[in-house]
Design a protein around this ligand. Structure first.
Ligand code: F6R
Length: 609
Protein backbone atom coordinates (compact mmCIF):
# COMPACT_ATOMS: atom_id res chain seq x y z
CA UNK A 1 0.00 0.00 0.00
CA UNK A 2 1.17 3.58 0.75
CA UNK A 3 0.11 6.61 -1.27
CA UNK A 4 2.51 8.79 -3.23
CA UNK A 5 2.10 12.13 -4.96
CA UNK A 6 4.33 14.59 -6.81
CA UNK A 7 3.78 18.08 -8.23
CA UNK A 8 5.74 20.27 -10.62
CA UNK A 9 4.41 23.55 -12.00
CA UNK A 10 3.91 27.22 -11.31
CA UNK A 11 1.77 27.07 -8.19
CA UNK A 12 2.91 26.88 -4.57
CA UNK A 13 2.84 23.13 -4.02
CA UNK A 14 2.97 22.33 -0.31
CA UNK A 15 -0.77 22.61 0.12
CA UNK A 16 -1.48 20.77 -3.16
CA UNK A 17 0.65 17.86 -1.92
CA UNK A 18 -1.03 17.93 1.47
CA UNK A 19 -4.55 17.94 -0.01
CA UNK A 20 -3.58 15.14 -2.40
CA UNK A 21 -2.27 13.04 0.48
CA UNK A 22 -5.55 13.56 2.34
CA UNK A 23 -7.25 11.78 -0.58
CA UNK A 24 -4.72 8.95 -0.40
CA UNK A 25 -4.94 8.48 3.35
CA UNK A 26 -7.07 5.34 2.84
CA UNK A 27 -3.88 3.69 1.53
CA UNK A 28 -2.18 3.96 4.92
CA UNK A 29 -1.77 6.35 7.81
CA UNK A 30 1.18 5.16 9.90
CA UNK A 31 3.08 8.29 8.96
CA UNK A 32 3.12 10.98 6.30
CA UNK A 33 5.57 13.46 4.85
CA UNK A 34 6.41 15.89 2.09
CA UNK A 35 9.65 17.11 0.52
CA UNK A 36 9.72 20.39 -1.41
CA UNK A 37 12.36 22.38 -3.24
CA UNK A 38 12.56 25.72 -1.45
CA UNK A 39 15.36 28.27 -1.79
CA UNK A 40 17.43 25.79 -3.80
CA UNK A 41 17.33 23.17 -1.02
CA UNK A 42 15.15 20.15 -0.48
CA UNK A 43 13.20 20.56 2.75
CA UNK A 44 11.59 17.49 4.29
CA UNK A 45 8.71 17.52 6.80
CA UNK A 46 7.53 14.17 8.24
CA UNK A 47 5.26 13.07 11.06
CA UNK A 48 4.18 9.81 12.67
CA UNK A 49 0.46 9.14 12.54
CA UNK A 50 -2.20 10.32 10.15
CA UNK A 51 -2.48 13.50 8.11
CA UNK A 52 -3.52 15.54 11.15
CA UNK A 53 -0.01 15.03 12.55
CA UNK A 54 1.55 16.18 9.28
CA UNK A 55 -0.77 19.19 9.23
CA UNK A 56 0.53 20.19 12.67
CA UNK A 57 4.15 19.83 11.51
CA UNK A 58 3.49 21.92 8.41
CA UNK A 59 1.85 24.79 10.34
CA UNK A 60 3.92 27.93 9.84
CA UNK A 61 6.30 25.89 7.73
CA UNK A 62 4.53 26.00 4.39
CA UNK A 63 7.54 26.77 2.14
CA UNK A 64 5.39 29.14 0.13
CA UNK A 65 7.99 29.50 -2.64
CA UNK A 66 8.10 25.78 -3.40
CA UNK A 67 6.91 24.73 -6.88
CA UNK A 68 8.28 21.17 -6.91
CA UNK A 69 7.64 18.45 -4.37
CA UNK A 70 6.74 14.93 -3.34
CA UNK A 71 4.38 13.54 -0.70
CA UNK A 72 3.81 10.15 0.90
CA UNK A 73 1.38 8.51 3.27
CA UNK A 74 2.70 5.25 4.68
CA UNK A 75 1.42 1.79 5.41
CA UNK A 76 4.37 0.29 7.26
CA UNK A 77 5.88 -2.91 5.84
CA UNK A 78 9.64 -2.69 6.56
CA UNK A 79 10.41 -0.76 9.71
CA UNK A 80 8.03 0.36 12.45
CA UNK A 81 6.02 3.59 12.13
CA UNK A 82 8.47 6.35 13.15
CA UNK A 83 9.65 9.72 11.86
CA UNK A 84 12.93 8.21 10.61
CA UNK A 85 11.05 5.52 8.66
CA UNK A 86 8.53 8.00 7.23
CA UNK A 87 8.95 9.00 3.58
CA UNK A 88 10.27 11.01 1.72
CA UNK A 89 13.77 9.55 2.05
CA UNK A 90 16.96 11.37 1.13
CA UNK A 91 20.40 10.40 -0.13
CA UNK A 92 23.60 11.24 1.79
CA UNK A 93 23.88 14.74 0.27
CA UNK A 94 20.25 15.75 0.85
CA UNK A 95 20.04 16.78 -2.81
CA UNK A 96 17.85 13.81 -3.78
CA UNK A 97 14.46 12.95 -2.34
CA UNK A 98 12.28 9.94 -3.13
CA UNK A 99 8.92 8.43 -2.25
CA UNK A 100 8.11 4.77 -2.85
CA UNK A 101 5.10 2.51 -2.71
CA UNK A 102 5.74 -1.24 -2.70
CA UNK A 103 8.47 -3.59 -1.59
CA UNK A 104 12.12 -3.83 -2.62
CA UNK A 105 12.84 -7.53 -2.23
CA UNK A 106 16.64 -7.35 -2.51
CA UNK A 107 17.07 -4.35 -0.21
CA UNK A 108 19.18 -6.21 2.35
CA UNK A 109 21.93 -7.00 -0.19
CA UNK A 110 21.70 -3.51 -1.71
CA UNK A 111 21.92 -1.84 1.68
CA UNK A 112 24.99 -3.90 2.59
CA UNK A 113 26.81 -3.04 -0.61
CA UNK A 114 25.84 0.66 -0.46
CA UNK A 115 26.95 0.83 3.18
CA UNK A 116 30.26 -0.79 2.24
CA UNK A 117 30.66 2.03 -0.33
CA UNK A 118 30.18 4.61 2.43
CA UNK A 119 26.48 5.44 2.11
CA UNK A 120 24.86 6.28 5.45
CA UNK A 121 21.34 5.07 6.13
CA UNK A 122 19.01 6.85 8.52
CA UNK A 123 15.98 4.54 8.45
CA UNK A 124 15.10 0.84 8.69
CA UNK A 125 13.12 0.92 5.44
CA UNK A 126 13.67 -0.90 2.18
CA UNK A 127 12.76 2.32 0.32
CA UNK A 128 15.81 4.30 1.44
CA UNK A 129 18.07 2.21 -0.81
CA UNK A 130 16.39 3.87 -3.80
CA UNK A 131 17.59 7.35 -2.73
CA UNK A 132 21.15 6.06 -2.29
CA UNK A 133 21.11 4.12 -5.57
CA UNK A 134 20.02 7.26 -7.43
CA UNK A 135 22.83 9.14 -5.69
CA UNK A 136 25.29 6.44 -6.78
CA UNK A 137 24.14 6.54 -10.42
CA UNK A 138 23.55 10.29 -10.71
CA UNK A 139 25.82 12.00 -13.20
CA UNK A 140 23.78 15.09 -14.07
CA UNK A 141 20.87 13.12 -15.57
CA UNK A 142 18.13 12.28 -13.04
CA UNK A 143 16.09 10.14 -15.42
CA UNK A 144 19.11 8.02 -16.29
CA UNK A 145 19.89 7.57 -12.58
CA UNK A 146 16.27 6.44 -12.07
CA UNK A 147 16.58 4.02 -14.98
CA UNK A 148 19.78 2.48 -13.62
CA UNK A 149 18.24 2.24 -10.15
CA UNK A 150 15.25 0.43 -11.60
CA UNK A 151 17.67 -2.14 -13.02
CA UNK A 152 19.23 -2.71 -9.59
CA UNK A 153 16.08 -3.37 -7.62
CA UNK A 154 13.71 -6.32 -7.61
CA UNK A 155 10.21 -6.57 -6.17
CA UNK A 156 7.13 -4.58 -6.98
CA UNK A 157 7.11 -0.85 -6.54
CA UNK A 158 6.38 2.62 -7.85
CA UNK A 159 8.73 5.47 -7.01
CA UNK A 160 9.27 9.16 -7.79
CA UNK A 161 12.45 11.20 -7.37
CA UNK A 162 13.43 14.86 -7.34
CA UNK A 163 16.87 16.50 -7.28
CA UNK A 164 17.67 20.01 -6.08
CA UNK A 165 19.61 20.59 -9.31
CA UNK A 166 16.46 19.99 -11.41
CA UNK A 167 13.81 22.43 -10.15
CA UNK A 168 11.32 21.49 -12.87
CA UNK A 169 11.52 17.71 -13.04
CA UNK A 170 10.07 14.63 -11.35
CA UNK A 171 11.28 11.27 -12.67
CA UNK A 172 10.27 7.78 -11.62
CA UNK A 173 9.24 4.29 -12.56
CA UNK A 174 6.69 1.64 -11.79
CA UNK A 175 6.55 -2.11 -11.66
CA UNK A 176 3.24 -3.69 -10.67
CA UNK A 177 2.29 -0.91 -8.21
CA UNK A 178 -0.04 1.85 -9.45
CA UNK A 179 1.15 5.26 -10.64
CA UNK A 180 -0.71 7.76 -12.82
CA UNK A 181 0.07 11.19 -14.23
CA UNK A 182 -2.35 14.12 -14.07
CA UNK A 183 -1.60 16.74 -16.72
CA UNK A 184 -2.66 20.35 -16.14
CA UNK A 185 -1.98 23.77 -17.72
CA UNK A 186 1.72 24.44 -17.12
CA UNK A 187 1.84 21.82 -14.39
CA UNK A 188 1.72 18.08 -13.83
CA UNK A 189 0.98 15.65 -11.00
CA UNK A 190 1.93 12.04 -10.44
CA UNK A 191 0.15 9.88 -7.87
CA UNK A 192 -0.80 6.37 -6.78
CA UNK A 193 -4.46 7.05 -7.49
CA UNK A 194 -6.51 9.60 -9.39
CA UNK A 195 -8.34 11.15 -6.37
CA UNK A 196 -5.04 12.71 -5.29
CA UNK A 197 -5.21 15.22 -8.15
CA UNK A 198 -8.81 14.96 -9.38
CA UNK A 199 -9.78 18.36 -7.97
CA UNK A 200 -6.93 19.95 -9.98
CA UNK A 201 -7.07 18.12 -13.31
CA UNK A 202 -9.08 15.39 -15.01
CA UNK A 203 -6.54 14.75 -17.79
CA UNK A 204 -4.84 11.46 -16.98
CA UNK A 205 -1.90 9.68 -18.59
CA UNK A 206 -1.33 6.06 -17.62
CA UNK A 207 2.15 4.79 -16.77
CA UNK A 208 2.29 1.15 -17.84
CA UNK A 209 3.92 -1.69 -16.01
CA UNK A 210 7.74 -1.62 -16.21
CA UNK A 211 7.86 1.91 -17.58
CA UNK A 212 9.71 5.12 -16.71
CA UNK A 213 8.27 8.63 -16.69
CA UNK A 214 9.26 12.27 -16.41
CA UNK A 215 6.99 15.21 -15.72
CA UNK A 216 7.81 18.92 -16.09
CA UNK A 217 5.63 22.07 -16.26
CA UNK A 218 5.61 21.53 -20.04
CA UNK A 219 4.00 18.10 -19.82
CA UNK A 220 4.60 14.41 -19.32
CA UNK A 221 6.49 11.62 -21.06
CA UNK A 222 6.26 7.89 -20.50
CA UNK A 223 9.13 5.71 -21.66
CA UNK A 224 10.14 2.08 -21.94
CA UNK A 225 13.15 0.87 -19.98
CA UNK A 226 15.50 1.97 -22.79
CA UNK A 227 14.09 5.53 -22.49
CA UNK A 228 12.25 5.36 -25.83
CA UNK A 229 9.34 7.74 -25.50
CA UNK A 230 6.02 5.89 -25.88
CA UNK A 231 3.02 7.21 -27.71
CA UNK A 232 0.64 7.54 -24.77
CA UNK A 233 -2.62 9.43 -25.03
CA UNK A 234 -4.22 11.44 -22.27
CA UNK A 235 -7.73 10.45 -21.23
CA UNK A 236 -10.31 12.55 -19.46
CA UNK A 237 -11.87 11.00 -16.36
CA UNK A 238 -15.47 11.77 -15.48
CA UNK A 239 -15.60 10.12 -12.05
CA UNK A 240 -16.95 12.00 -9.10
CA UNK A 241 -14.63 12.22 -6.11
CA UNK A 242 -16.39 9.43 -4.19
CA UNK A 243 -16.07 6.98 -7.10
CA UNK A 244 -12.45 8.00 -7.54
CA UNK A 245 -11.57 7.03 -3.98
CA UNK A 246 -12.87 3.59 -4.77
CA UNK A 247 -10.64 3.52 -7.85
CA UNK A 248 -13.67 3.43 -10.13
CA UNK A 249 -15.25 0.45 -8.31
CA UNK A 250 -18.73 0.95 -6.97
CA UNK A 251 -17.80 -0.21 -3.47
CA UNK A 252 -14.69 -0.71 -1.35
CA UNK A 253 -15.50 -4.40 -0.98
CA UNK A 254 -15.41 -4.97 -4.73
CA UNK A 255 -12.22 -2.94 -5.03
CA UNK A 256 -10.65 -5.03 -2.27
CA UNK A 257 -11.72 -8.30 -3.92
CA UNK A 258 -9.89 -7.11 -7.02
CA UNK A 259 -6.83 -6.13 -4.96
CA UNK A 260 -6.36 -9.71 -3.80
CA UNK A 261 -3.65 -10.63 -6.31
CA UNK A 262 -1.53 -7.74 -4.94
CA UNK A 263 -2.37 -8.60 -1.37
CA UNK A 264 -1.07 -12.12 -1.94
CA UNK A 265 1.97 -11.00 -3.93
CA UNK A 266 2.91 -8.48 -1.22
CA UNK A 267 2.52 -11.02 1.57
CA UNK A 268 4.91 -13.53 0.01
CA UNK A 269 7.31 -10.90 -1.42
CA UNK A 270 10.89 -11.43 -0.30
CA UNK A 271 9.92 -14.35 1.93
CA UNK A 272 10.47 -17.11 -0.63
CA UNK A 273 13.77 -16.04 -2.24
CA UNK A 274 14.79 -17.58 -5.56
CA UNK A 275 17.92 -18.84 -3.79
CA UNK A 276 15.65 -21.19 -1.79
CA UNK A 277 14.09 -21.56 1.64
CA UNK A 278 11.67 -19.41 3.60
CA UNK A 279 12.67 -16.12 5.24
CA UNK A 280 10.49 -14.68 8.01
CA UNK A 281 12.30 -11.64 9.42
CA UNK A 282 9.88 -11.01 12.27
CA UNK A 283 9.53 -14.65 13.38
CA UNK A 284 11.87 -14.00 16.37
CA UNK A 285 11.06 -17.43 17.83
CA UNK A 286 14.27 -19.45 17.42
CA UNK A 287 14.49 -22.33 14.94
CA UNK A 288 15.63 -24.60 17.79
CA UNK A 289 12.38 -23.86 19.65
CA UNK A 290 10.25 -24.36 16.54
CA UNK A 291 12.00 -27.61 15.70
CA UNK A 292 10.90 -29.00 19.09
CA UNK A 293 7.26 -27.90 19.23
CA UNK A 294 4.82 -30.76 19.51
CA UNK A 295 1.58 -28.88 18.89
CA UNK A 296 0.35 -25.79 17.06
CA UNK A 297 -2.77 -24.21 18.54
CA UNK A 298 -4.55 -21.66 16.36
CA UNK A 299 -6.90 -19.07 17.89
CA UNK A 300 -8.90 -16.44 16.02
CA UNK A 301 -12.38 -15.08 15.32
CA UNK A 302 -14.61 -14.93 12.24
CA UNK A 303 -12.88 -14.83 8.90
CA UNK A 304 -9.48 -15.06 10.59
CA UNK A 305 -10.62 -18.32 12.21
CA UNK A 306 -11.42 -19.70 8.76
CA UNK A 307 -7.90 -18.83 7.62
CA UNK A 308 -6.69 -20.67 10.72
CA UNK A 309 -8.71 -23.70 9.71
CA UNK A 310 -6.86 -23.81 6.38
CA UNK A 311 -3.77 -23.86 8.60
CA UNK A 312 -4.82 -27.09 10.24
CA UNK A 313 -4.69 -28.98 6.92
CA UNK A 314 -1.56 -27.29 5.60
CA UNK A 315 0.48 -27.55 8.82
CA UNK A 316 -0.38 -31.21 9.30
CA UNK A 317 0.39 -31.94 5.68
CA UNK A 318 3.69 -30.07 5.26
CA UNK A 319 5.12 -29.70 8.78
CA UNK A 320 3.80 -32.97 10.21
CA UNK A 321 2.79 -31.28 13.44
CA UNK A 322 -0.37 -31.77 15.51
CA UNK A 323 -2.77 -28.85 15.14
CA UNK A 324 -5.63 -27.71 17.34
CA UNK A 325 -7.92 -24.85 16.54
CA UNK A 326 -10.36 -22.83 18.57
CA UNK A 327 -12.51 -19.75 18.39
CA UNK A 328 -10.73 -17.21 20.61
CA UNK A 329 -13.82 -16.43 22.73
CA UNK A 330 -14.09 -20.14 23.60
CA UNK A 331 -10.39 -20.76 24.13
CA UNK A 332 -10.01 -17.95 26.64
CA UNK A 333 -12.57 -19.47 29.02
CA UNK A 334 -11.44 -23.07 28.73
CA UNK A 335 -8.55 -24.78 30.44
CA UNK A 336 -6.45 -25.47 27.34
CA UNK A 337 -3.57 -27.86 27.86
CA UNK A 338 -0.47 -25.97 26.76
CA UNK A 339 3.23 -26.29 27.43
CA UNK A 340 6.47 -24.55 26.41
CA UNK A 341 6.49 -26.84 23.39
CA UNK A 342 3.12 -25.55 22.16
CA UNK A 343 3.12 -22.81 19.52
CA UNK A 344 -0.04 -20.71 19.80
CA UNK A 345 -0.85 -18.76 16.64
CA UNK A 346 -3.22 -15.80 17.04
CA UNK A 347 -4.63 -14.58 13.73
CA UNK A 348 -6.17 -11.11 13.60
CA UNK A 349 -6.39 -8.70 10.69
CA UNK A 350 -6.75 -5.71 13.01
CA UNK A 351 -4.48 -7.03 15.73
CA UNK A 352 -6.96 -5.52 18.17
CA UNK A 353 -9.77 -8.10 18.50
CA UNK A 354 -10.40 -8.38 22.26
CA UNK A 355 -11.05 -12.14 22.36
CA UNK A 356 -8.02 -13.02 20.23
CA UNK A 357 -5.76 -10.80 22.33
CA UNK A 358 -7.09 -12.36 25.55
CA UNK A 359 -6.49 -15.87 24.17
CA UNK A 360 -2.93 -14.96 23.18
CA UNK A 361 -2.18 -13.48 26.60
CA UNK A 362 -3.60 -16.52 28.34
CA UNK A 363 -1.47 -18.80 26.17
CA UNK A 364 1.63 -16.85 27.10
CA UNK A 365 0.76 -17.05 30.79
CA UNK A 366 0.50 -20.82 30.42
CA UNK A 367 4.04 -20.93 29.06
CA UNK A 368 3.37 -21.39 25.33
CA UNK A 369 5.25 -19.50 22.62
CA UNK A 370 2.90 -17.10 20.83
CA UNK A 371 3.01 -16.04 17.21
CA UNK A 372 0.80 -13.25 15.81
CA UNK A 373 -0.39 -13.16 12.22
CA UNK A 374 -1.68 -9.64 11.70
CA UNK A 375 -2.11 -6.95 9.08
CA UNK A 376 -1.36 -3.99 11.32
CA UNK A 377 2.17 -3.06 12.25
CA UNK A 378 2.47 -2.01 15.88
CA UNK A 379 -1.00 -3.34 16.79
CA UNK A 380 -1.58 -4.83 20.24
CA UNK A 381 -1.28 -8.38 18.89
CA UNK A 382 2.33 -7.64 17.91
CA UNK A 383 3.06 -6.56 21.47
CA UNK A 384 1.49 -9.67 22.99
CA UNK A 385 3.46 -12.09 20.81
CA UNK A 386 6.94 -13.62 20.76
CA UNK A 387 7.03 -13.55 16.97
CA UNK A 388 5.05 -12.03 14.12
CA UNK A 389 4.17 -12.74 10.52
CA UNK A 390 2.75 -9.61 8.93
CA UNK A 391 0.18 -9.97 6.24
CA UNK A 392 0.60 -7.16 3.78
CA UNK A 393 -2.93 -6.64 2.53
CA UNK A 394 -2.88 -2.89 3.02
CA UNK A 395 -5.75 -0.98 4.50
CA UNK A 396 -9.06 -2.83 4.26
CA UNK A 397 -12.06 -0.53 4.42
CA UNK A 398 -14.96 -2.86 3.58
CA UNK A 399 -16.22 -4.36 6.84
CA UNK A 400 -16.39 -7.83 5.27
CA UNK A 401 -12.82 -9.13 5.13
CA UNK A 402 -11.64 -10.23 1.67
CA UNK A 403 -8.11 -9.25 0.72
CA UNK A 404 -6.89 -9.62 4.31
CA UNK A 405 -8.25 -13.19 4.32
CA UNK A 406 -6.23 -14.15 1.23
CA UNK A 407 -3.15 -12.62 2.87
CA UNK A 408 -3.83 -14.57 6.09
CA UNK A 409 -4.02 -17.84 4.18
CA UNK A 410 -0.74 -16.98 2.45
CA UNK A 411 0.84 -16.22 5.84
CA UNK A 412 -0.32 -19.64 7.04
CA UNK A 413 1.34 -21.20 3.99
CA UNK A 414 4.55 -19.34 4.82
CA UNK A 415 4.40 -20.55 8.43
CA UNK A 416 3.83 -24.16 7.35
CA UNK A 417 6.74 -24.02 4.91
CA UNK A 418 8.95 -22.41 7.56
CA UNK A 419 8.13 -25.12 10.10
CA UNK A 420 8.66 -27.78 7.44
CA UNK A 421 12.09 -26.24 6.79
CA UNK A 422 13.23 -26.17 10.43
CA UNK A 423 11.73 -29.58 11.22
CA UNK A 424 13.02 -31.19 8.04
CA UNK A 425 9.63 -32.54 7.03
CA UNK A 426 9.95 -31.26 3.45
CA UNK A 427 13.12 -31.27 1.37
CA UNK A 428 14.55 -28.05 -0.01
CA UNK A 429 13.37 -29.16 -3.46
CA UNK A 430 9.82 -29.73 -2.21
CA UNK A 431 9.77 -26.31 -0.53
CA UNK A 432 11.13 -24.75 -3.74
CA UNK A 433 8.41 -26.38 -5.83
CA UNK A 434 5.62 -25.16 -3.52
CA UNK A 435 7.18 -21.68 -3.39
CA UNK A 436 7.30 -21.55 -7.18
CA UNK A 437 3.64 -22.47 -7.42
CA UNK A 438 2.65 -19.98 -4.72
CA UNK A 439 4.39 -17.20 -6.66
CA UNK A 440 2.29 -18.04 -9.74
CA UNK A 441 -1.01 -17.64 -7.94
CA UNK A 442 -1.26 -13.80 -7.98
CA UNK A 443 -1.15 -13.96 -11.78
CA UNK A 444 -3.72 -16.79 -11.87
CA UNK A 445 -5.98 -14.68 -9.67
CA UNK A 446 -5.50 -11.61 -11.87
CA UNK A 447 -6.52 -13.58 -14.94
CA UNK A 448 -9.43 -15.16 -13.15
CA UNK A 449 -10.76 -11.79 -11.96
CA UNK A 450 -10.38 -10.26 -15.42
CA UNK A 451 -12.66 -12.83 -16.99
CA UNK A 452 -15.00 -13.36 -14.08
CA UNK A 453 -18.64 -12.87 -14.96
CA UNK A 454 -20.26 -16.23 -14.19
CA UNK A 455 -20.94 -15.42 -10.54
CA UNK A 456 -23.04 -12.39 -11.40
CA UNK A 457 -25.28 -14.49 -13.65
CA UNK A 458 -25.57 -17.17 -10.96
CA UNK A 459 -26.37 -14.53 -8.33
CA UNK A 460 -29.22 -13.26 -10.50
CA UNK A 461 -30.77 -16.73 -10.53
CA UNK A 462 -30.62 -17.28 -6.76
CA UNK A 463 -30.64 -13.95 -4.92
CA UNK A 464 -34.26 -14.22 -3.83
CA UNK A 465 -33.77 -17.60 -2.13
CA UNK A 466 -34.41 -17.51 1.62
CA UNK A 467 -31.59 -19.90 2.63
CA UNK A 468 -28.27 -21.28 1.33
CA UNK A 469 -26.42 -24.40 2.46
CA UNK A 470 -22.62 -24.51 1.91
CA UNK A 471 -20.70 -27.79 1.84
CA UNK A 472 -17.00 -28.63 1.65
CA UNK A 473 -14.47 -31.26 2.68
CA UNK A 474 -10.77 -31.07 3.52
CA UNK A 475 -9.37 -27.63 2.67
CA UNK A 476 -12.72 -26.97 0.99
CA UNK A 477 -14.38 -26.91 4.43
CA UNK A 478 -12.91 -23.59 5.65
CA UNK A 479 -13.60 -22.18 2.19
CA UNK A 480 -17.30 -23.06 2.41
CA UNK A 481 -17.48 -21.71 5.99
CA UNK A 482 -16.02 -18.43 4.77
CA UNK A 483 -18.36 -18.30 1.75
CA UNK A 484 -21.36 -18.78 4.05
CA UNK A 485 -20.13 -16.09 6.46
CA UNK A 486 -19.63 -13.61 3.60
CA UNK A 487 -23.12 -14.24 2.26
CA UNK A 488 -24.90 -13.95 5.61
CA UNK A 489 -23.04 -10.87 6.80
CA UNK A 490 -23.56 -8.72 3.72
CA UNK A 491 -26.89 -10.00 2.31
CA UNK A 492 -28.56 -11.03 5.61
CA UNK A 493 -29.65 -14.33 4.03
CA UNK A 494 -29.47 -17.17 6.59
CA UNK A 495 -26.77 -19.70 5.68
CA UNK A 496 -25.49 -22.95 7.10
CA UNK A 497 -22.02 -24.30 6.33
CA UNK A 498 -21.14 -27.92 6.99
CA UNK A 499 -18.51 -30.54 6.43
CA UNK A 500 -20.05 -32.32 3.41
CA UNK A 501 -19.75 -35.75 5.04
CA UNK A 502 -21.65 -34.54 8.09
CA UNK A 503 -24.65 -33.25 6.12
CA UNK A 504 -26.57 -36.48 6.29
CA UNK A 505 -26.43 -36.34 10.10
CA UNK A 506 -28.89 -33.44 10.23
CA UNK A 507 -28.68 -30.49 7.87
CA UNK A 508 -29.97 -32.53 4.94
CA UNK A 509 -33.40 -32.12 6.53
CA UNK A 510 -33.27 -28.45 5.54
CA UNK A 511 -33.22 -29.24 1.84
CA UNK A 512 -36.22 -28.89 -0.36
CA UNK A 513 -36.85 -28.71 -4.08
CA UNK A 514 -34.66 -25.93 -5.51
CA UNK A 515 -32.82 -25.09 -2.25
CA UNK A 516 -29.44 -23.66 -3.29
CA UNK A 517 -26.48 -25.71 -2.07
CA UNK A 518 -23.02 -24.27 -2.74
CA UNK A 519 -20.42 -27.04 -2.87
CA UNK A 520 -16.65 -26.52 -2.93
CA UNK A 521 -15.70 -29.34 -5.30
CA UNK A 522 -12.21 -28.43 -6.48
CA UNK A 523 -9.85 -31.25 -7.45
CA UNK A 524 -8.18 -33.02 -4.55
CA UNK A 525 -7.97 -36.33 -2.74
CA UNK A 526 -11.55 -36.06 -1.42
CA UNK A 527 -13.11 -34.98 -4.71
CA UNK A 528 -14.93 -38.31 -5.26
CA UNK A 529 -16.37 -38.12 -1.76
CA UNK A 530 -17.65 -34.60 -2.46
CA UNK A 531 -19.32 -35.86 -5.65
CA UNK A 532 -21.13 -38.51 -3.57
CA UNK A 533 -22.37 -35.75 -1.27
CA UNK A 534 -23.54 -33.77 -4.31
CA UNK A 535 -25.54 -36.82 -5.38
CA UNK A 536 -27.20 -36.93 -1.96
CA UNK A 537 -28.18 -33.28 -2.34
CA UNK A 538 -29.51 -33.80 -5.86
CA UNK A 539 -31.60 -36.73 -4.71
CA UNK A 540 -33.55 -34.16 -2.63
CA UNK A 541 -33.97 -32.00 -5.78
CA UNK A 542 -31.87 -29.20 -4.32
CA UNK A 543 -29.98 -26.92 -6.75
CA UNK A 544 -26.20 -27.47 -6.75
CA UNK A 545 -23.85 -24.53 -7.35
CA UNK A 546 -20.34 -26.00 -7.56
CA UNK A 547 -16.92 -24.38 -7.31
CA UNK A 548 -14.78 -26.64 -9.50
CA UNK A 549 -11.36 -26.78 -11.11
CA UNK A 550 -11.00 -25.58 -14.70
CA UNK A 551 -10.93 -28.55 -17.03
CA UNK A 552 -13.34 -30.61 -14.94
CA UNK A 553 -16.03 -30.84 -17.60
CA UNK A 554 -17.62 -33.81 -15.82
CA UNK A 555 -18.89 -31.68 -12.93
CA UNK A 556 -21.61 -30.18 -15.14
CA UNK A 557 -23.42 -33.52 -15.02
CA UNK A 558 -23.86 -33.17 -11.26
CA UNK A 559 -24.48 -29.43 -10.94
CA UNK A 560 -27.00 -26.80 -11.90
CA UNK A 561 -24.33 -24.10 -12.01
CA UNK A 562 -20.54 -24.18 -11.91
CA UNK A 563 -17.98 -21.52 -11.00
CA UNK A 564 -14.66 -22.68 -12.45
CA UNK A 565 -11.37 -21.62 -10.84
CA UNK A 566 -7.78 -22.06 -12.09
CA UNK A 567 -6.02 -25.30 -11.18
CA UNK A 568 -3.59 -25.33 -8.21
CA UNK A 569 -2.29 -28.04 -5.95
CA UNK A 570 -4.75 -28.98 -3.23
CA UNK A 571 -3.13 -27.25 -0.23
CA UNK A 572 -2.91 -23.94 -2.13
CA UNK A 573 -6.44 -24.12 -3.55
CA UNK A 574 -8.20 -22.01 -0.83
CA UNK A 575 -6.26 -18.98 -2.13
CA UNK A 576 -8.38 -19.16 -5.26
CA UNK A 577 -11.52 -21.15 -4.46
CA UNK A 578 -12.75 -18.64 -1.88
CA UNK A 579 -12.83 -15.82 -4.45
CA UNK A 580 -15.95 -16.95 -6.39
CA UNK A 581 -17.74 -17.28 -3.05
CA UNK A 582 -16.80 -13.71 -2.09
CA UNK A 583 -18.09 -12.56 -5.46
CA UNK A 584 -21.28 -14.61 -5.20
CA UNK A 585 -22.02 -13.05 -1.80
CA UNK A 586 -21.15 -9.64 -3.18
CA UNK A 587 -23.46 -9.84 -6.21
CA UNK A 588 -26.34 -11.29 -4.20
CA UNK A 589 -26.04 -8.50 -1.63
CA UNK A 590 -25.89 -5.87 -4.36
CA UNK A 591 -28.96 -7.34 -6.09
CA UNK A 592 -30.79 -7.17 -2.77
CA UNK A 593 -29.77 -3.53 -2.39
CA UNK A 594 -27.70 -4.04 0.78
CA UNK A 595 -24.88 -1.76 1.91
CA UNK A 596 -22.00 -4.18 1.37
CA UNK A 597 -19.29 -1.90 2.75
CA UNK A 598 -21.08 -1.30 6.03
CA UNK A 599 -23.41 -4.20 6.84
CA UNK A 600 -25.81 -3.62 9.70
CA UNK A 601 -24.74 -4.35 13.29
CA UNK A 602 -21.09 -5.05 12.38
CA UNK A 603 -17.84 -3.24 13.08
CA UNK A 604 -14.50 -3.61 11.37
CA UNK A 605 -12.61 -4.01 14.63
CA UNK A 606 -14.22 -5.76 17.57
CA UNK A 607 -12.42 -4.43 20.62
CA UNK A 608 -15.06 -5.61 23.08
CA UNK A 609 -15.81 -9.11 24.33
C1 F6R B 1 -15.93 -11.01 8.55
C2 F6R B 1 -14.95 -10.35 9.39
C3 F6R B 1 -14.88 -10.73 10.82
C4 F6R B 1 -13.43 -10.64 11.33
C5 F6R B 1 -13.40 -10.88 12.85
C6 F6R B 1 -11.97 -10.92 13.37
O1 F6R B 1 -15.88 -10.56 7.23
O2 F6R B 1 -14.23 -9.50 8.93
O3 F6R B 1 -15.40 -11.99 11.04
O4 F6R B 1 -12.67 -11.61 10.67
O5 F6R B 1 -14.10 -9.86 13.49
O6 F6R B 1 -11.32 -9.71 13.13
P1 F6R B 1 -9.74 -9.63 13.20
O7 F6R B 1 -9.20 -10.43 12.07
O8 F6R B 1 -9.43 -8.16 13.05
O9 F6R B 1 -9.33 -10.17 14.52
Amino acid sequence: MCGIIGYVGARPCTNLLYEGLRKLEYRGYDSAGVSVLSGGRIEVVRAVGNMDSLERELKGNGYSGARLGLGHTRWATHGRPSTENAHPHSDCTGEISIVLNGIIENYVQLRESLSADGHEFTSETDAEVVAHLIEKHYDGDLLEAVRLTYGDISGHFAFCAIHSGHPELIAGARKECPLLIGVGEGEAFVASAIPAFLSETREVMVIGDEELFRITPEGAEVMDLQKNVLDREQTRVHWDVDAAEKGGFETFMRKEIYEQPDSLADTIAGRLPDSGGVVLDEMLIGDDVLADIDKVYIVACGTSYHAGMVGRYVLENWANVAVELDIASEFRYREPVLSPSTLVVGISQSGETADTLAAMRQARKLGAKVLAITNIMGSQATRDADGIIYTRAGLEIGVAATKSHIAQIAAIHLLALYLAQVRGTLTAAQIGAIAAELKEIPELLRRYLKHESATHEIAKRYYQQPFFLFLGRGVGLPVCLEGALKLKEISYIPTEAYAAGEMKHGPIALLDKGSPVVVVATDGHVYDKVVSNIEEVRARQAAVIAVATEGNEGIAAYSDDVMFVPRTSEMLSPLISVVPLQLLAYHIAQLKGCNVDQPRNLAKTVTVE
